[in-house]
Ligand binder design. Structure first.
Ligand code: ADP
Ligand code: TPW
Length: 584
């Protein structure tokens, strides 16, 4: 336990000095008691001493340049470790900067706790104009799984226990914990303070499905002609790697990995339908979703992307997810590990299989698609295009399955997701459910801090800009992160023209910007690559060095599609170039 100080009492000479503690110490003690090992944050009034104390107590503190990045790092830590990542922010503006990441964590079902200092309640609540005044609890509420405030130092242990429990149990999500400055500074007797702390037992208890629900799902799968399993990032999160592999391999069922579930089984696994996704979705008659929502990323389960007669089985920890899109014929509520164990236990040998005609149909289309893609990838383009650059990255990473891949952008995301195979679970982190830009360097930092392994962050040049200043953080902590920027000089592509003035078009970025020189400012190693061969050499060298590096890949500005693979989501309206009434 850490203590604030001792003071001499004057009552009697026989009295021992009373040991005191305060809110700061209690927060650190409560986090340590609950095995929090790392805090991602950005300091200022009133939490600077909290970060110092945490560091002194043995908690690792990683200091960022923007709270959004610290928050994204905490969220990624939550996904990777199955324990809430902790982000520490200052009042009002710092809190709001972090809130984007907390909301994103909630959307992605990642456990995270944002602890923020806040200003004086009696001034804030009467809107008297305090330093960084804001009702943070109210502001956090709509964007989080839960938001709590501690109003007395003696409740700090309860507040932290409640925040950690809520973030990690059931469907994981982001939790906000508000600690006003006055509470941090409150002094109390150390023994009394220690007695208020609590350790959360069994942070995310297993949730077992009912036997009849398991039998209902088995029955459906057993009678399927064209069964399909979809593995989502909830399956990756659950760390039930063995059960998933055993179920897939013992039944022979074809599976489709969502992007962050890639690597649960290797992408080159013979049962993977990643290379024949559209055929699989369109024809499957029974679909088992495992930790994957039927949201926009899966076309809401609707025709024409899906077979309109498909029946769905859904394995999820969150009952309210069921029927949110398609009717769920067989709900399996529980954690992925427990549900798959129950399925394995209750399935009779040979009861669930993938009929040969279905397997053959998928395999034939897959072979065609693989050949088509190989042909496309082999074409040399000058200047280099996305395909050429990603072929080089793919080949280097094929030798390094230990490397974590972080990925954001539009074309940079869509192309890399398809081209770069994963063979280890939870080694791919990307823009996720919101398709958000800005997760890049925060996720990369957390991936290496939590695992000790190297990271390659594959970034569109626009995407990189959202968290680019964290290059300094990466260099300051000397982290083994290689940032690969696919630089086509624009949001989506770099050749758009503004026909009415000399201002750049809305999607234009600086053509041929030398991002490699940014990292050099902080002592990291910068490379520029204009060909796949140069990229191979640079990436191989950068990974071997084990230090921070950035490779600026010069990509043809005419390569790339507006909005990548989701162009269709742009609303139809006045076409670009047409005069609107506003400009007439
Ligand atoms: P993807 O984007 O990869 O398709 P989603 O984020 O849409 O995945 O879905 C993840 C789902 O996994 C969420 O509905 C969430 O409730 C669920 N989930 C998270 N953790 C677990 C778990 N341990 N067991 C079962 N389901 C889980
Ligand atoms: C927080 C909108 C989606 S993709 C993208 C933006 C700005 C960048 C695409 O360009 P980039 O990649 O990164 O150069 P590439 O390979 O296509 O050239 N703000 C937020 N999130 C999103 N999704 C956007 C804006 C967007």
């Amino acid at each position: 336990m850490t203590t604030a100080s001792t003071v001499e009492t004057t009552a009697t000479a026989a009295d021992a000095p009373a040991e005191l503690t305060d809110g700061y110490h209690l927060v650190v003690d409560a986090l340590k008691l609950n095995d929090v090992e790392t805090i991602y944050g950005l300091v200022g009034i009133p939490i600077t001493d909290l970060a110092r104390l945490a560091q002194a107590s043995g908690i690792r503190y990683i200091g960022f340049r923007h709270e959004s990045d610290a928050g994204h790092a905490a969220a990624a830590a939550g996904f990777l470790t199955k324990r809430p990542g902790v982000c520490l922010t200052v009042s009002a503006p710092g809190f709001l900067n972090g809130l984007v990441a907390l909301a994103n964590a909630t959307t992605n079902c990642f456990p995270m706790v944002q602890i923020s200092g806040s200003s004086e309640r009696h001034i804030v609540d009467l809107k008297r104009g305090d330093y960084e005044e804001m009702d943070q609890l109210a502001a956090a509420q709509p964007f989080t799984k839960a938001a709590y405030r501690v109003s007395r130092a003696e409740d700090i242990g309860l507040g932290i226990a409640r925040a950690l429990r809520t973030a990690a149990s059931g469907r994981p999500g982001g939790v906000y914990l508000d600690i006003p400055a006055a509470v941090l500074g409150e002094v109390l007797d150390a023994a009394a303070g220690a007695a208020t702390l609590r350790r959360v037992v069994d942070l995310a208890p297993r949730q077992l499905p009912a036997p009849e629900a398991v039998d209902r799902a088995i029955e459906l799968l057993a009678n399927a002609q064209r069964p399909l399993v979809v593995l989502g990032k909830g399956a990756a999160y659950s760390q039930a790697d063995e059960q998933i592999r055993e179920f897939i391999e013992s039944t022979g069922l074809p599976f489709q990995p969502m992007s962050m579930a890639k690597g649960l089984l290797p992408d080159d696994h013979p049962q993977s339908v990643a290379t024949t996704r559209s055929l699989a979705l369109k024809n499957a008659d029974v679909v088992m979703l495992v930790g994957a929502r039927l949201n926009w990323l899966l076309g809401h389960g609707e025709a024409p992307q899906w077979n309109p007669d498909a029946k769905f089985i859904q394995v999820d920890i969150e009952p309210t997810e069921l029927d949110s899109n398609q009717p769920i014929a067989a709900p399996l509520i529980g954690d992925v590990g427990s549900v798959l164990e129950a399925l394995l236990e209750r399935t009779k040998p040979g009861q669930i299989t993938a009929p040969a005609s279905w397997r053959e149909q998928l395999a034939a289309r897959s072979a065609q698609n693989i050949a088509k893609m190989a042909k496309r990838m082999a074409v040399e383009h000058h200047p280099m295009r996305f395909d050429g650059a990603l072929r080089a990255v793919r080949d280097v990473l094929a030798e390094r399955p230990d490397v974590y891949v972080v990925n954001e952008g539009a074309n940079a995301l869509d192309t890399a997701r398809n081209v770069i195979g994963m063979s280890v679970p939870r080694h791919r982190l990307d823009s996720g459910t919101w398709g958000v830009m800005g997760i890049g360097l925060g996720y990369a930092i957390a991936a290496t801090v939590e695992s000790g392994a190297p990271v390659v962050a594959i970034e569109g040049d626009s995407a990189f800009g959202f968290s680019g200043m964290e290059l300094e953080t990466i260099c300051r902590y000397q982290l083994p992160i290689v940032v690969v920027i696919l630089n086509n000089g624009g949001v989506y592509r770099g050749d758009d023209v503004n026909s009415v003035s000399s201002d750049p078009s809305p999607t234009t970025l600086m053509l041929h910007a030398r991002h490699d020189r940014l990292i050099e400012a902080f002592g990291g190693k910068g490379y520029q690559a204009t060909t796949p061969t140069e990229l191979t050499t640079a990436l191989t060298e950068a990974l071997a060095s084990g230090g921070p590096a950035l490779i600026d890949c010069v990509i043809d500005p005419t390569d790339g599609t507006e909005s990548g693979h989701i162009t269709h989501l742009n609303p139809a309206g006045i076409t670009v170039g047409a005069q609107s009434t506003a400009t007439k």
